[in-house]
Ligand binder design. Structure first.
Ligand SMILES: [Zn+2]
Length: 344
């Protein structure tokens, strides 16, 4: 049996959220789906809107990938702790953007295998993951002055705790991104090519002319408490700098300058064989071009020594794979050259 759909039910996109209202509202976005489990139900995308009624709007997104947890915890904290009277603007928080993936603890949706950060601009009449992208792009991005997209390495990798920004899209926005990176105060900043992933929220934000930054907060499918604490100090400082939060908390102080890195196509050290990955370097370690950074041991060829893989460039080990089992094409580590941000 399926519930009769009314016109209102089929067109409503949100429950519990009135975008013209002030105060703290807790609700959810609608993703419509029908299968053996969901019949003709709504898959809720939890959402909070906290508003003082005027001023800039910050959109904070976590749970784009379901197995990236620091941002999800931070988003829930912001929802609980931020009150309208503290704000000089509006904060919209989505703690579990691809909510089926969050509920399953997986990177992509278990319903349609959709990777939300490859799904923008999305499609309102598409599958569940496309619907989430369309919900954010069509209904939330146009209302936002600033987007922070909270990621971590997920189950398969660990990043240096970083703010992650796409170059561009224009000089004034780029300069504002640099200011936002400094305000957030994470130890590292990783710069990547413009529109690196065309289907990502960062690309959607850049295309929409909305200042958008992202983070990579460690990973390994767990929670790094140091990265989380740094974000707890940095988010109020960032929101205050954007004119959304009335005043910075006195304890947060000024942020130290981050260590600037650039991810380039030569950063990836990629296995050409399957087997057991042995790292030879640590995250944050400086390496030289040609330096061995990993070995892969063969499982069945008993007389064959492991294959050694070297960095192609000088730089800092910025991303490391977590699971030991690898295949041809698996990225083992990424080496990021240091970047003089004042010369870019
Ligand atoms: Zn992610």
């Amino acid at each position: 049996m399926s519930a009769p759909a009314t016109a209102a039910a089929s067109t409503a996109k949100f429950t519990g959220i009135d975008f013209s209202a002030t105060g703290k509202q807790l609700g959810y976005g609608h993703v419509l789906h029908s299968d053996n489990v969901h019949d003709a139900s709504i898959i809720p995308v939890p959402l909070a809107m906290i508003s003082s009624g005027s001023g800039p709007v910050a959109l904070i997104v976590a749970g784009t990938h379901g197995d990236e947890y620091e941002g999800q915890i931070l988003a829930h904290e912001l929802i609980r702790e931020l009150e309208p009277e503290q704000l000089t603007g509006t904060v919209v928080v989505i703690p579990a953007a691809n909510s089926p993936a969050v509920r399953a603890g997986t990177r992509v949706s278990p319903i349609d295998a959709g990777n939300l950060n490859r799904s923008y601009p999305g499609q309102a009449s598409g599958g569940p993951t496309d619907q989430v992208a369309a919900l954010i792009r069509d209904h939330l991005l146009p209302r936002a002055d600033f987007v922070i997209d909270l990621h971590s390495g997920g189950s398969n990798s660990t990043y240096l705790p970083s703010t992650f920004i796409y170059r561009g899209p224009d000089e004034p926005t780029w300069q504002r991104k640099l200011q936002a990176v400094k305000a957030l105060g994470l130890p590292y900043a990783m710069v990547v090519a413009p529109l690196l992933e065309p289907g990502s929220l960062s690309s959607a934000g850049d295309r929409a002319g909305v200042l958008t930054i992202s983070t990579e907060l460690c990973g390994a499918g767990t929670v790094d408490r140091h990265a989380l604490d740094t974000m707890r100090r940095g988010m109020p400082r960032l929101l205050a700098g954007l004119g959304v939060l009335a005043a910075d908390r006195p304890a947060s102080g000024a942020a130290p300058d981050p260590h600037w890195l650039e991810l380039v196509p030569e950063s990836a050290v990629t296995s050409t064989v399957g087997g057991l990955f042995e790292p030879l370097v640590d995250l944050g370690q400086q390496v030289r071009a040609g330096q061995a950074v990993a070995r892969v041991h063969f499982i069945d060829e008993l007389d064959r020594p492991p294959r050694t893989f070297a960095s192609r460039i000088d730089g800092i080990v910025a991303i490391a794979r977590r699971p030991t089992l690898v295949w041809p094409g698996t990225h083992l580590v990424h080496v990021a050259p240091e970047l003089d941000i004042h010369r870019t």
